[in-house]
Design a protein around this ligand. Structure first.
Ligand SMILES: Nc1ncnc2c1ncn2[C@@H]1O[C@H](COP(=O)(O)OP(=O)(O)O)[C@@H](O)[C@H]1O
Ligand SMILES: [Mg+2]
Length: 394
């Protein structure tokens, strides 16, 4: 296959099925367990996971260390053997417990980019990128043209004869990417490729990955524990908790409509309060909460078309710090406004974070730059009726 930008978009699978939008990776009810060393108990890092990655799509697996991200990725690559479920790559079944199929890693139409980039230090950039082609039995002139095209694509054609130790971290990442896409499978797995670099370089490199992914059009399953990285890169984020997908949705949805306390507090910053329904009528629900009586717009809080809750029902309410207003005086209107004391004020450049004390509760508020409210002063907190979300609390 000629190596031109976008050439990964069409795989042999597409030619076969005539379905360019067929999922590139399909994971069905996948389970992988390990026996724990020591006490002999079991861990289930992949617990009945189902997930699709579409053509050109970047799906980010996000979760804390130990939640099973690497194990899931390794199952797709063929480096771990799951107990149950099914995996398809480019429409080919590479694992099926029911059908007894297990395709070895080197025969799977996918490549992987690791945390360390895993470049061979004793090989030139050319030879590093050529490696997977040679491993697949591609030879001679074809290796030459495909490797050079891949290196040109990532802007490193002139450095083909250089060694990895002599180039920058960003350039190493590009070599790793060139090596990942040179086989033309169109499916790339990333395991925390940016976790070894410092914050400033990380931001630069993640832009670079995004630019490359847009240009080359590959599909990706990208693992990270960094929520900002997930938000920046993902078409969809799959939030993992202990081997299970807690929520899978575009970044905006995961941020604006987290389904649970876990998702809401893992992504972004959140105020979460228990409450009890006092009354519900006309789309408006009155709640007695940890911060006092409040009125919430039910369609905004629970989603359009959700039935009103019964009086007495227990709820968990989430609101983001940037949706709360802190003012020196009582705001006009008066609904959802409470007197508070400003306990802490943190100037963060783009905005100021306040911790306001409301009885026993500490509320986090982010305000754009403007009138400064001093620590220790009395102030008013207010929240619009449509700025609350109802979440699952577990
Ligand atoms: N080869 C293994 N043997 C036993 N337990 C393992 C093995 N690999 C991973 N685990 C366990 O599986 C869980 C998930 O690990 P991992 O997939 O590496 O998580 P993450 O990449 O999200 O940090 C952890 O509890 C880890 O200790
Ligand atoms: Mg990991």
């Amino acid at each position: 296959m000629p190596m031109t930008p976008g050439s990964f978009v069409r795989s042999p699978a597409d030619a076969r099925t005539g379905a360019p939008d067929a999922p590139r990776i399909s994971i069905r009810n996948l389970t992988k367990t390990f026996r724990r060393a020591g006490d002999g108990g079991t861990v289930v890092p992949v617990d009945n996971v189902s997930l699709d990655v579409a053509g050109h799509e970047m799906v980010v697996l996000l979760g804390p260390s130990g939640c099973g991200k690497t194990t899931l990725l390794r199952c797709v690559a063929g480096l771990e053997v799951p107990e149950a479920g099914e995996i398809l790559i480019n429409d080919e079944i590479v694992f099926s417990s029911a059908r007894g199929i297990l395709v070895p890693p080197e025969k799977r139409q996918v490549s992987m980019v690791f945390q360390s980039y895993a470049l061979w230090p004793h090989m030139t950039l050319f030879e590093n990128v050529a490696y997977p082609l040679r491993a697949r039995g591609v030879g001679g002139a074809e290796v030459q043209s495909r490797v050079m095209a891949a290196l040109e694509t990532v802007g490193l054609g002139a450095l083909a004869q250089q060694y990895p130790g002599r180039i920058s971290g960003g350039q190493q990442q590009r070599v790793a990417l060139a090596r990942a896409v040179v086989s033309g499978t169109g499916v790339v797995l990333f395991d925390e490729p940016l976790s070894n670099v410092d914050a400033k370089v990380r931001e630069q490199l993640r832009l670079e990955i995004l630019r490359m992914q847009r240009m080359l059009g590959f599909s990706a399953l990208y693992v990270t524990h960094d929520q900002a990285e997930a938000m920046a890169l993902a078409d969809r984020i799959a939030v993992l908790d202990d081997g299970r997908i807690e929520q899978i949705a575009p970044p905006e949805t995961v941020y604006d409509r987290p389904v649970s306390r876990y998702v809401g507090s893992f992504i972004g910053s959140a105020n979460i309060w228990p409450g009890r329904v006092q009354a519900a009528a006309d789309g408006c629900v009155a709640v007695e909460s940890a911060v006092g009586a409040l009125a919430l717009d039910w369609a905004a809080a629970a989603g359009e078309g959700t039935a009103l809750p019964a009086a007495g029902a227990a709820l968990t309410i989430l609101t983001r710090p940037e949706q709360i207003t802190l003012a020196p005086a009582r705001p006009a209107g008066g609904e959802n406004a409470w007197p508070c004391t400003v306990e802490t004020r943190l100037f963060l450049g783009s905005h100021t974070e306040y911790i306001a004390r409301l009885g026993e509760e500490r509320v986090r508020v982010w305000m754009a730059r403007g009138a400064r409210i001093e620590e220790g002063s009395n102030a008013w907190l207010s929240i619009a009726a449509d700025a609350f979300r109802i979440i699952r609390d577990k």
